[in-house]
Design a protein around this ligand. Structure first.
Ligand code: RNT
Ligand code: ZN
Length: 422
């Protein structure tokens, strides 16, 4: 598409939206403020750079596929992320996991990691003007094999993981200080049981105690915000998950922490979109892990589907964008991994744009006046408005490829860079 076509189509679209009272310039301003937390782990199938790398998965973390060219080192991963960022409009963040540190040749255990191991990431983020987020890694480790980490009945194992998370929080706050930005530190643990347990309460008491000990240390909230991520079930934890959504929501409310809602972590008929307005008045903040579960928490690449649009609509309607953070969480090893980042990120931004382009005042007015057919009719008409022309213009204006043009760019990168990694 040439620039002329992009601009002409945009002008027509702009007119149509302005007839509905939507000011596209304001929409762009709002969209530009959205900073996605782009998960580094899509780049290497949640492998990380621990050495020697046990490459154990577990707790339902399962990347399937064998697509060639995955990043094998930090510099390859940074190069790939940079490539992806060139194809995504806006300024975003990279979400790191503790296993992605710069550990050199030596094996550094999880209780020994320090901010130094992440200095190359911090320097890189500064150079690329990206933010960073952080995650303690409580899986892919011999001490996570028993399925219990922070809720383990062995004090030795539980203390090990408490120490790991404490260090991760300290690393997060250091990163935040150096970047002068807030870092979200997310905790997800795989703890649970394959078959019906008899002591559900016992493990939860231990998890609560572990969290109490972890959060005893008060850190500067300008640089770190902690978030807790629950889950319905995982592979190997079908019957019982210690850190369920109810558990963490209660803990987060009581302790003024954020809650992470992973869209793959609920029953498929449950609406994550509906949770936003239910939780938001009471919670410190919501961190979304946007994912796409196919039949289960399969972590497929995010696409612009109904679920995503409904979430975006609720985020925009909440008018509390300062309390909601958008992150991506999926891992597909069966397709080009850079494309996976780009597709999910662009689709997430499209969903926000779609939501921003709705005439809320008109729709709300209909609702107040019980004009329900009008509300439904307008919502349906919005679906065929020239939203694509607005998206194209937004990409153009932000100097990223318009429409499908980015596909070619990833194909070239695949030939010139990825295929040379053998
Ligand atoms: C697992 C959780 C968790 C992980 C990442 C790698 O079910 O979704 O967020 O995907 O920490
Ligand atoms: Zn998640």
């Amino acid at each position: 598409m040439n620039n002329n076509q992009i601009e002409t189509s945009y002008e027509i679209a702009k007119k149509k939206y302005s007839e509905l009272g939507v000011n596209i310039e304001h929409v762009f301003e709002d969209l530009e403020k959205i900073s996605l937390s782009v998960h580094c782990w899509q780049g290497d199938d949640v492998g990380g750079f621990e050495n020697p790398n046990p490459k154990l998965s577990g707790g339902g973390i399962l990347a399937t596929g064998n697509y060639p060219g995955k990043a094998r080192t930090i510099s390859e991963l940074q190069m790939d992320l940079k490539k992806a960022m060139f194809l995504i409009p806006g300024r975003h963040r990279v979400n790191l996991h503790a296993i992605y540190g710069d550990f050199g040749e030596s094996a550094v255990d999880r209780t020994k990691i320090e901010v130094d191991h992440f200095q190359s990431w911090i320097d890189w983020a500064k150079k690329e003007t990206l933010g960073l987020d952080f995650n303690a890694t409580l899986f892919s480790h011999p001490k996570a094999n028993s399925s219990y980490t922070l809720s383990n009945k062995s004090n030795e194992i539980r203390n090990f993981w408490i120490e790991h998370v404490k260090r991760c929080r300290e690393i997060s706050v250091d990163i935040g200080r150096q970047l002068d930005k807030m870092v979200i530190h997310n905790i997800w643990i795989p703890d649970g049981s394959k078959d019906i347990p008899v002591d559900r309460a016992g493990h939860r008491e231990l998890l609560k105690d572990s969290l109490d000990r972890i959060f005893e240390q008060k850190l500067d909230s300008r640089y770190i915000q902690d978030s807790l991520e629950g889950k319905l079930f995982g592979i190997g934890s079908e019957a019982y998950v210690v850190g369920s959504h109810d558990f963490y929501l209660s803990y987060a409310l009581k302790n003024d922490l954020m809650i992470t809602l992973d869209t793959g972590h609920f029953h498929p008929t449950e609406s994550v979109a509906d949770k936003i307005s239910a939780i938001l008045p009471f919670i410190k903040g919501i961190f979304l892990h946007i994912s796409r579960g196919l039949r289960w928490d399969s972590d497929h690449v995010v696409v612009l589907d109904d679920q995503l649009i409904q979430i975006a609509e609720e985020i925009i309607r909440s008018n509390e964008l300062n309390k909601i953070f958008l992150g991506l969480d999926y891992f597909d090893a069966s397709i080009n991994r850079i494309a996976a980042w780009v597709i999910g990120s662009r689709s997430t931004l499209k969903s926000i744009l779609y939501a921003l382009l709705q005439p809320w005042e008109v729709l709300k007015e209909y609702e107040i006046n019980e004009k329900y057919f009008q509300r439904l009719a307008l919502l349906e008409e919005l679906k065929t408005l020239p939203f694509g022309a607005v998206w194209d213009y937004y990409c153009y204006k932000n100097n990223v490829p318009v429409g499908k043009d980015w596909i070619k760019s990833v194909e070239e990168y695949e030939i010139n860079t990825l295929m040379k990694r053998t």
